[in-house]
Design a protein around this ligand. Structure first.
Ligand SMILES: Nc1nc2c(ncn2[C@@H]2O[C@H](COP(=O)(O)OP(=O)(O)O)[C@@H](O)[C@H]2O)c(=O)[nH]1
Ligand SMILES: [Mg+2]
Length: 252
């Protein structure tokens, strides 16, 4: 496989990951991007659901893109594996979409979103957005994690809810910025048109940088160790330490 460098990938679609915990509004944000850009650029979407294609069905029913341009990858119990350690199913889905609708400008990939620290491998995406919402609490941005600190864009979502949950959006954005070493942060609500314009412009700028070969895909770093229940209901400690073989270690 050719090295995934900007020079070798600028001829194909920009692959853009969207990660973040369940319910922060990833599918809705993707619908918003599609709604605001589908007339201008050629888009495709891939969703990663644990056992269903619910996100893909939501996006198809949103009517923002031809239904055929939205594909689901079913990930099984460990959805972050499919965006980080073994990205084969997602790479094949992206290549299929790009071949079926050639030429595409952007393929957006939604993570299964089970964990605050899940990030995409740079072998799968050229750039990634990490999403938090104000309803998750104002502290989350400060607590950090690889996605918050080093994703190409941090989105603080659902700002329309801030008054109801007692969160100071400006402070949450400032905390996020402080954790990010100057990387961009956008506060977003699907009901706030000027915030949607900022998101839209970020996507267009990233696409331009991808095409020019000036954007280098970054690895935000591995997710924190965490545990899952295995098929037998046993807790299994799961680490993503960046080695080729990710380890599954029984915690007891
Ligand atoms: N108030 C508000 N709700 C939103 C916004 N974006 C998404 N939601 C709601 O948040 C919930 C979770 O959204 P979804 O996109 O499915 O989140 P995902 O699990 O991260 O994909 C849904 O009920 C959405 O309608 C927003 O900007 N404002
Ligand atoms: Mg979703």
């Amino acid at each position: 496989m050719p090295e995934n460098t900007a020079a070798s990938t600028s001829g194909r679609a920009l692959r853009l990951g969207v990660a973040g915990p369940v319910g922060v509004g990833k599918s809705s944000l993707i619908a918003t991007i599609c709604r605001s850009l589908a007339q201008e650029i050629r888009l495709g979407v891939i969703t990663n659901d644990i056992y269903t294609d619910e996100d893909a069905r939501f996006l198809r029913s949103a009517g923002v893109l031809e239904p055929e341009r939205i594909r689901a990858v079913e990930t099984g119990a460990c959805p972050h594996t499919a965006i980080r350690d073994d990205v084969t199913a997602n790479l094949l889905a992206a290549e299929d979409l790009e071949a079926d609708f050639a030429p595409l400008d952007v393929v957006i990939i939604e993570s299964g979103g089970d964990n605050l620290t899940a990030t995409f491998s740079p072998a799968l995406v050229d750039a990634q957005i990490f999403v938090l919402d104000v309803a998750g609490g104002g502290d989350v941005a400060r607590k950090g994690g690889p996605g918050i600190a080093r994703a190409d864009l941090l989105v603080i979502n659902k700002t329309d809810l801030a008054p109801y949950v007692g969160v100071d959006v400006e402070k949450m954005v400032a905390d996020g910025s402080a954790a990010r070493d100057g990387r961009p942060v956008v506060s977003l609500s699907r009901t706030n048109a000027s915030s949607v314009v900022l998101l839209r412009q970020w996507v267009l700028d990233m696409l331009a940088a991808h095409r020019a070969g000036t954007h280098e895909p970054q690895d935000p770093g591995p997710m924190a160790p965490h545990s899952h229940l295995d098929e037998g209901g046993q807790a299994v400690l799961h680490t993503h330490d960046g080695s080729a073989e990710h380890s599954h270690t029984h915690s007891h």
